[in-house]
Structures are given as C-alpha cells and as structure tokens.
Write a protein that binds this ligand. Structure first.
Ligand SMILES: NC(=O)c1ccc[n+]([C@@H]2O[C@H](COP(=O)([O-])OP(=O)(O)OC[C@H]3O[C@@H](n4cnc5c(N)ncnc54)[C@H](O)[C@@H]3O)[C@@H](O)[C@H]2O)c1
Length: 265
C-alpha cells in the first residue's frame, strides 16, 4: 500500500531522536507523559515549580532509557523564567519538536465567595502559563517551520462538573481549548500543529488533594462515568503521543476528550 511520505505505519509513530518540553512534569499526568516520551527515545525537559519531583523523575528516566533528561525548576507564569528555561533547553537539545503544557492547579470555592486572588491565581497558572509557554516555544518552532504543541485542557472546559463549585477552573480550561484553536489557525502556515486533550477525572495529586475535603464525591463522580472508573495518568499518555507523532500531521485545532464517556451524558 502507498503510505505517501511514510516508510511504514511504524514510521508514522516513531518519535525517537525528537526533543520535548513537558510542563507540570512533577505531577501525575505530566510525569506519565514524560515517561512515555523517554521510553520512545525522546529527549525530554521536565518543567515544574516543584524541583524535588522532577529531579527524582530525571534520575528514573535516565536510569531506564538511553535519553537525555533535563529537570528545570520554572514558574510557567513568569516570562523571564520561561525565557531562561527555554534558552537552557535549546542550548542542551539544539531544538524543540514537542511542547506539552501539563501544569495546572485546582480549587473548589463557591463563586459568591471567590476572591480576586482565587480568580487571578487560577487564570494566571492555568491559562496565562499556557500563553507564555506557547509563545516562547512557539517562536522557536515558527523559525524552524515545524513543531507540535499539545495543551492539557479538561472536560471542565466543555461541561460544568458537579457538584463541586469551580467556575474559575472551568473558565480557565475553556480558555485553553479556545486558545488552542486560535493558535492552530494562526500557526498552521508555519507548520506548527496545536491541539489539546481534555481528560476527565484522573487519579493524580491534584484530584486526590481536592477529594480530601469531600471524599464522598468520588462515588458520585464514578456513577456519572459510563466506563465506571476514573482515568489513570497512563490513559492520557497514548493520546498525547499520537498527537505529537507524524501520524497526526493533518490534525490541528482539535480537542481530544479522554473522559471514559463522562461528557456523553
Ligand atoms: N487530574 C485530573 O482529574 C485532571 C482532569 C482534567 C485535566 N487535568 C489537567 O491536567 C494537568 C495536569 O494535572 P495533574 O492532574 O497531573 O495535576 P498534578 O497536581 O499532579 O500536577 C500539576 C503539576 O503542575 C505544577 N505546577 C503548578 N503550577 C505551576 C507553575 N506555575 N509553574 C510550573 N509548574 C506548575 C505542579 O507543581 C504539579 O507538579 C493540569 O492542567 C490539570 O488541570 C487534570
């Protein structure tokens, strides 16, 4: 069969030798994505505020896989820090083929009680952090005429979760989905594909910490998921790898929902 520009189907999914940045790599989903890239031979820069977790992950990845790993402590909302961190990655890797934005925070608070600080912090980390990362890394990708950006949005950018009140989180994730589509439209001409994935409830420190105050929500949520279980970080990895691969060269501006069917109902 004629596979056009590809030597084989395996070739479509080959990522070996590429260079990636994963933000929030100290967390559940970002850590799993970084692991997936390293196993496939991708040199990976782990970005996070929490340096302990990324230093530990760097050691694990370098012990298991023949790849280069950088652990970079950085606040993705701080442009100067991001510029410096990305320059460090470019000095070490020479190029960046893939950017995954998987940093984020969560909070539950009724809207009538939400403070300006609650609102600003949420929008700053979850949305402005994506803006800064996409812009700084995107400028490099535009110069090269290629690149894949995958933002971790959320099903909360499409539906309102219940029963927890989190209007600012939901708004931040709707913003990530629309930012993704807007960048996809603007940067298609530069060969830069921009997509997002929207996980449902995924067992990570973010969700586990929130559930501590209302453990009874876990059963309620599970009853709303057609597949009857929460996601594990690994459930998100394959989708991100697919979007980063050449198999997805013709996909841009897409939001791939990984929610066990939650948003069907
Ligand atoms: N867990 C879920 O149920 C779920 C569902 C949908 C979407 N998401 C999204 O997936 C992404 C990853 O979440 P997770 O569940 O792995 O959470 P997590 O708490 O395990 O990981 C998030 C990571 O982001 C880092 N971080 C926070 N602010 C930062 C900043 N300013 N600069 C750099 N790093 C920062 C944290 O230190 C942490 O390591 C987030 O965007 C989250 O909103 C999670």
């Amino acid at each position: 069969m004629d596979l056009g520009k590809f030597k084989s189907v395996k070739d479509m999914f080959t990522l070996s030798g590429q260079k990636a940045i994963v933000t929030g790599a100290g967390g559940g989903i970002g850590g799993a994505i970084a692991y997936g890239f390293a196993e496939l031979g991708v040199d990976v820069a782990l970005f996070d505020l929490d340096s302990k977790r990324i230093v530990e992950l760097k050691e694990i990845l370098e012990r298991r896989f023949p790849v280069k790993v950088l652990a970079v402590k950085v606040d993705v909302c701080n442009r100067d820090q991001v510029e410096e961190a990305v320059a460090f990655v470019l000095k070490n890797f020479g190029q960046i083929d893939i950017l995954v934005n998987s940093h984020g925070i969560g909070q539950w608070t009724p809207f009538e009680n939400m403070t300006d600080e609650d609102w600003s912090r949420m929008i700053n980390v979850n949305l402005t952090g994506v803006f800064v990362m996409c812009q700084v890394v995107g400028r490099h990708m535009i110069r090269r005429g290629r690149g894949k950006i995958i933002n971790i949005a959320s099903m909360s950018g499409r539906i309102v979760n219940r029963p927890q009140p989190q209007a600012h989180y939901n708004a931040s994730k709707a913003g990530v989905i629309m930012l993704t589509k807007s960048l996809a439209a603007e940067w298609a001409k530069y060969g830069v594909n921009v997509n997002c994935v929207s996980p449902g409830y995924t067992l990570t420190p973010l969700v586990e910490n929130l559930l501590r105050s209302q453990p009874e929500y876990a059963d309620q949520w599970r009853s709303l998921i057609p597949l009857g279980r929460f996601a594990e970080p690994a459930d998100v990895v394959g989708a991100v790898i697919f979007l980063a691969s050449r198999a997805a060269d013709y996909i841009t501006g897409h939001d791939l929902v990984i929610d066990g069917g939650y948003t069907i109902w």
